[in-house]
Design a protein around this ligand. Structure first.
Ligand SMILES: [Fe+2]
Ligand SMILES: [Fe+2]
Length: 471
């Protein structure tokens, strides 16, 4: 299904055939552009950036690369190809035809899920809007803008569903997505992690590794949805999301590499005064971003989660590849449970702890990334291991939220927490140091001193390619 770029709103959903919807989205478009110009990357609206644009939704060769001014980017509405006679893969309606329209009884739930997902997309653009001013290289600057542009397109994806399937309240919610602001006291974004600051590139890489990866798992569970337009929307979003996690994964790996080089050069663990980021600082940033991101999966025990699954609204990660009955009425699942002041392993009704299952898939995926970073440390002959904190550490949502834990998962008192949290979370001084390292480097092929160059450029281009034209 080709994308029609001759339309004012590029799309592969035959928008021209539905005049009413087309007019509604064309009315939303100026507000979107106003939001982008006000809250998008600060100071870079009139420069040419080497961006990829989707040209089809096929698996191979879906993108086209070229220099574009960001406000001229062709944001649009792209859904993955429909699957002929798609059937619901799980829950009480398993085997029935997938829904092309929203069933009345699930309207409020689906609307809330779409609004919550949609709200994260512009939020991250807002969180990252000043980072361009302190970029470590043109290569990284370009990657930041690619991520921002695509989060903007993800907002389009959710706004389309709201306009196309939720009538008047949908239109109001789509407007609301442009009105809230990350970190604003009066009209904050919906989820906690999306009101945190992203003040420096270390935070940015951690965010794209941990928080965009949460996005991957949320989108993957919605890609299973019985509501077919949502499933198809999320499937295409996932192909874009892969690059965001690549940016985080390789970004942290390159910092680790540079840190190790500085440690070897100065024969010291403390290379902060030599213009680097210490490994223990990396560990504390990792702890912080992991804890904030796993909160996004919700409470371990959740009636909503069970209902979403049974209703067919939200599936498990790769639902169709799981070998069970996909209904789970009597199934059990092992989780960590807080029981009389201790964490125990407990078999619980699989439906009730369905959020925990998705969190498990996510944690496993994170572990693979950490293992890659540890390989880099070992290759540099250094005997330090980075690790994920225990899932109970520093939680704001779910059963662990009112108890203090060490990163190893030991329960501690509030006094001990106060005395020792600086060992586990970045201190003010540490954050200030990270910010002080962020000096802008924009000469093609040059990289800031706290990060190693990547192994290769974007789309086969050399490292000293002019990824962003700054005249
Ligand atoms: Fe996104
Ligand atoms: Fe993303």
């Amino acid at each position: 299904m080709a994308i029609d770029y001759n339309e004012r709103i590029p799309n592969n959903v035959d928008l021209g055939e539905n005049r009413r919807l087309q007019r509604a989205l064309e009315a939303w478009q100026p507000g979107y552009l106003e939001w982008w110009n006000e809250m998008g990357p600060s100071g870079f609206m009139d420069v040419d950036v080497y961006l990829r644009t989707a040209i089809s939704v096929d698996k191979d060769g879906w993108a086209n690369f070229g220099h574009v001014k960001m406000p001229d980017y062709r944001w649009g509405i792209f859904l993955a190809e429909p699957e002929a006679d798609r059937r619901i893969a799980f829950g009480a309606h398993k085997g029935e035809a997938a829904w092309q329209d929203v069933p009345g009884e699930h309207r409020a739930t689906l609307r809330r899920l779409i609004v919550t997902q949609g709200d994260t997309e512009p939020a991250s653009v807002e969180q990252q809007r000043l980072l361009g001013l302190t970029c470590p290289s043109l290569y990284d600057l370009r990657n930041l803008f690619q991520v921002n542009i695509e989060e903007g397109r993800h907002l389009w994806a959710m706004a389309y569903l709201l306009h196309a399937h939720f009538g008047r309240d949908g239109r109001e919610e789509a407007d609301g997505l442009l009105e809230r602001r990350s970190g604003d006291v009066d009209k904050p974004r919906i989820l906690g992690a999306f009101n945190e600051e992203t003040p420096d590139w270390l935070s940015f890489f951690m965010f794209t590794f941990f928080t965009d990866r949460d996005g991957k798992y949320q989108l993957a569970s919605l890609a299973e949805s019985a509501f077919d337009p949502l499933a198809r929307t999320c499937r295409f979003m996932l192909t874009e999301e892969a690059h965001h996690m690549f940016v985080g994964d390789t970004g942290v790996q390159r910092i680790v590499q540079r840190t190790c080089e500085l440690m070897n050069e100065h024969d010291s663990d403390d290379i902060a005064r030599h213009g680097g980021v210490n490994l223990d600082t990396l560990q504390r940033y990792l702890n912080f971003h992991f804890a904030v991101s796993i909160d996004l999966f919700g409470a371990e025990f959740s009636t909503n989660g069970a209902n979403y699954f049974s209703a067919g609204i939200k599936g498990r990660y790769k639902e169709e590849k799981i070998d069970d009955d996909h209904v789970l009425t009597d199934a059990l699942y092992g989780v960590a449970k807080l029981d009389h002041g201790a964490i125990i392993e407990s078999e619980e009704a699989a439906l009730t702890v369905i959020n925990e299952r998705l969190r498990d898939d996510y944690v496993e995926d994170c572990e693979r990334g950490i293992a890659r970073w540890n390989r880099t440390i070992r290759e540099n002959g250094i005997d330090v291991t980075l690790s994920l904190p225990h899932r109970a550490f520093q939680r704001a949502i779910g059963q662990f939220r009112n108890t203090h834990f060490t990163p190893e998962g030991a329960i501690i008192s509030a006094e001990e927490w106060d005395a020792r949290q600086h060992e586990w979370l970045p201190s003010e001084a540490e954050r200030a140091h990270a910010i002080s390292l962020m000096q802008r480097v924009v000469e093609p092929g040059k990289f800031a001193g706290w990060i190693a160059p990547p192994r290769r450029g974007i789309n086969g281009q050399p490292l000293d390619f002019d990824y962003v034209h700054l005249s």
